[in-house]
Design a protein around this ligand. Structure first.
Ligand SMILES: Nc1nc2c(c(=O)[nH]1)N[C@H]1C(S)=C(S)[C@@H](COP(=O)(O)OP(=O)(O)OC[C@H]3O[C@@H](n4cnc5c(N)ncnc54)[C@H](O)[C@@H]3O)O[C@H]1N2
Ligand code: MOO
Length: 411
């Protein structure tokens, strides 16, 4: 049956309300302390303030000579009286007329106020001639110029990238408090589904939703529990939900959320827990169910593969990020010029699939990936962006303006 007879479908929650309700229902998981070399991709559960100055001492930005800049006003030659290497500072104090051989990263000796790079000098034994004038402060990296002691460097809710791990190490921090990984159980429902690699009997299709969802989950700090394909049998489904509820923080299923005779998901959710909401005014993905089981959250994706992917990306991903403690920010939307017609009926917000590019003036433009049916995964795989058409919109024609959102999870 067509998805478009919305007048017969009852109330559909607008997308923004659905996202708000979903995020409001999410309670963050608890914390644990881990070593920084295990922390890539994890979410901070503490603010990080620096226990040290970075750099911890004034040091040289160049290989060359440390000296008093004012010494070069009278003479261009100074006597070299010692060395300062990284890790082996010069312990004395510099007097007028003297300089110190210094390497990048080495401590600036007492009495020196600049460094001249060695390319601008001529050295004979202990006599160094400087062929360029010196300015006070030149080539010196000052104590705390990167980070001052006690400065806030990273905040709770920040997802750690490689540079952050290096930053923590540079502050001497070896352990941090992060949110625990969210345990996500994934299953697909449907008697017609066959695992890829198998062979199809009449009426069967290969299962794809679990694989798409699992791939998208790999970018989040979660433990994935794969519960496989479950047949459209009320008792088997109930048993699977019961088991999933005991082992996971979130149970994600696909299929069986519509109004068909074997669509049991809503019925089980009502019996075992509670439904938060069920129908959303979006296309694809109208029959998206979410709620609570006794010990876990539940997300029921529509069976159609594009609907399952889009709803998982737009709703489930922000929800799981919130559970995992991550501070989420709105996705970036851009204005683009439509290069094709994007047709639509009013009634639902549409996430059509497009191929975005920039013209020679740097302006965004977007082509359609063609047929936009909820089962046409190839048009999603070809896309690099959503073309977002508001609920009341009747579509746009080529050359008109449209809003796009570049993919960050799907492609
Ligand atoms: N009478 C109505 N029928 C339908 C409505 C409606 O409002 N009234 N909504 C349609 C819309 S919109 C969608 S989306 C689907 C969602 O239905 P279900 O969530 O119950 O999904 P199924 O019926 O189980 O499957 C739909 C479709 O997707 C295929 N599928 C299911 N699971 C997978 C999977 N894991 N991998 C690949 N493909 C899958 C399935 O074979 C069906 O073709 O309902 C419409 N109907
Ligand atoms: O609302 Mo449906 O197939 O368009 O997901």
């Amino acid at each position: 049956m067509s998805c478009d007879c919305d007048s017969q479908q009852g109330y559909m929650l607008p997308f923004d309300d659905a996202l708000k309700r979903l995020l409001c229902s999410a309670k963050k998981v608890s914390h644990e302390t881990i070593l920084i070399n295990q922390a890539f991709g994890r979410v901070l559960a503490q603010d990080i303030t620096s226990p040290v100055n970075v750099p911890p001492h004034n040091n040289s930005a160049m290989d060359g000579y440390a000296l008093k800049s004012e010494d070069l006003t009278n003479s261009d030659t100074l006597e070299q009286v010692g060395y300062s290497f990284a890790g082996q500072p010069f312990n004395g104090e510099l007097s007028s007329g003297q300089c110190i051989r210094i390497m990048t990263g080495a401590v600036i000796p007492k009495g020196a106020n600049c460094v001249i790079m060695q390319e601008n000098t001529q050295a004979t034994e202990k006599q160094i001639t400087f062929i360029k004038p010196a300015a006070s402060g030149a080539n010196i990296r000052n104590i705390g110029e990167d980070i001052k002691c006690d400065a806030l460097v990273l905040q709770t809710g920040h997802k750690l990238v490689a540079a952050d791990i290096g930053l923590l190490a540079s502050l001497g921090i070896d352990k941090i408090s992060v949110y625990k990984k969210v345990k996500v159980a994934v299953l697909s429902t449907g008697d017609e589904l066959v695992e890829p690699g198998g062979s199809l009997k009449p009426g069967q299709i290969f299962e794809s939703n679990r694989h798409t969802v699992t791939a998208m989950l790999r970018q989040l700090p979660v433990d994935i529990i794969d519960l496989g394909i479950v047949s459209d049998d009320l008792q088997i489904l109930k048993d699977t939900f019961k088991h999933a509820n005991e082992i996971a923080d979130v149970v994600v299923s696909s299929g069986g959320v519509s109004v068909g005779e074997a669509d049991y998901v809503k019925e089980i959710l009502t019996q075992m827990g509670e439904i938060n909401f069920w129908k959303i005014a979006i296309k694809p993905g109208k029959p998206f169910a979410c709620g609570k089981l006794p010990n876990s959250y539940f997300i029921g994706l529509p069976g159609n593969p594009v609907s399952a992917t889009v709803t998982f990306d737009q709703l489930a991903i922000p929800f799981i990020k919130t559970l995992s403690g991550e501070q989420i920010t709105p996705r970036i939307q851009l204005n683009a010029v439509a290069l094709d017609d994007f047709k639509k009926r009013p009634g639902r917000l549409e996430f059509q699939r497009g191929i975005a590019s920039q013209n020679n003036k740097g302006e965004w433009q977007v082509n359609s990936t063609g047929k936009q049916g909820s089962g046409i995964l190839s048009s999603l795989s070809r896309a690099n962006c959503y073309v977002i058409l508001p609920q009341a919109s009747t579509g746009v024609l080529a050359d008109e303006k449209v809003i796009i959102e570049l993919f960050n999870q799907i492609a």
